[in-house]
Design a protein around this ligand. Structure first.
Ligand SMILES: [Zn+2]
Length: 262
């Protein structure tokens, strides 16, 4: 089986400025048997960069468009509404809607709590209308996000929480709604006992593996994080679950393919 990075940002400006960098990253992945990369959408300009990258590597890139909580919290209401309109036009071409969600860390949230909630709810509706799985970005707001999903109802195609870094109890609330839990570099940090405990208990059919490249750098990694680091993530999980690295990559990639009906 070929492996999948469930969440990465190849259209990030830190990569997109230099197309040879993307070629090199892809080659490094292909030799390690990783051949598919679902993107995490951030804002309308970034969606266009994803489209350009996919034009070069149509077999390897999965488009994912959404209004990231960072974008929402930095934008005026009118800008967010225009972006939502644009999203509803482009979404049919994407595999998933995301990143969407809530980020209530004080330095991100500033005054944007209500706008974040409104845009999250709007995106849940769009995911339902267009029958797309959602990629959720939820930080320090799991209770609120869970409540919103309960009130509005989860989209039929569900989706996953990306870069999960919480307790098993928190993960369980979303698993019970049918969402998968995607884990990245945070699990490689030995002191992260809450997440390590979560990974020791999580039903494996709900697990995805991601790099969140170029962020979420695994322990010991130098420079910008790249998709090939899903091996580091898988190794940390393998140690906790007493599996091989390849078992973990196969489980994560199999779950991804099931979610996206590939
Ligand atoms: Zn991301």
């Amino acid at each position: 089986m070929k492996f999948v990075d469930a969440h990465s940002h190849w259209a990030d400006m830190r990569f997109a400025q230099d197309s040879s960098q993307i070629d090199r990253m892809l080659q490094a992945c292909l030799v390690k048997n990783i051949d598919f990369f679902l993107q995490g959408g951030v804002n309308p300009e970034e969606w266009q960069r994803q489209i350009a990258i996919k034009a070069r590597y149509p077999e390897n890139i999965g488009l994912c468009f959404g209004l990231h909580p960072y974008f929402v919290s930095d934008s005026e209401v009118e800008v967010c509404e225009a972006a939502l309109d644009e999203l509803s036009k482009l979404l049919p071409d994407a595999m998933a809607l995301g990143e969407a969600g809530l980020d209530f860390r004080p330095h991100i949230m500033k005054e944007s709590e209500l706008l974040q909630i409104e845009m999250f709810e709007n995106q849940i509706e769009l995911a339902k209308v267009f029958q797309k799985p959602m990629v959720l970005h939820i930080v320090q707001a799991h209770e609120k996000a869970n409540q919103i999903l309960e009130i509005w109802g989860s989209p039929e195609r569900k989706g996953f929480l990306h870069a999960f870094n919480g307790s098993f109890d928190t993960a369980k609330k979303f698993i019970d709604k049918g969402f998968l839990i995607s884990v990245g570099g945070a699990i490689t940090h030995e002191k992260n006992s809450k997440l390590r405990d979560c990974i020791s208990k999580i039903p494996l059919e709900y697990l995805l593996i991601e790099s969140d490249s170029p962020d979420q750098t695994p322990a010991g990694w130098r420079g910008l994080n790249e998709s090939v680091s899903i091996y580091n993530v898988a190794e940390a999980i393998a140690n906790i679950r007493n599996l091989s690295v390849f078992d973990v990559l196969e489980i994560g990639s199999g779950n991804f393919k099931r979610l996206f009906r590939l």
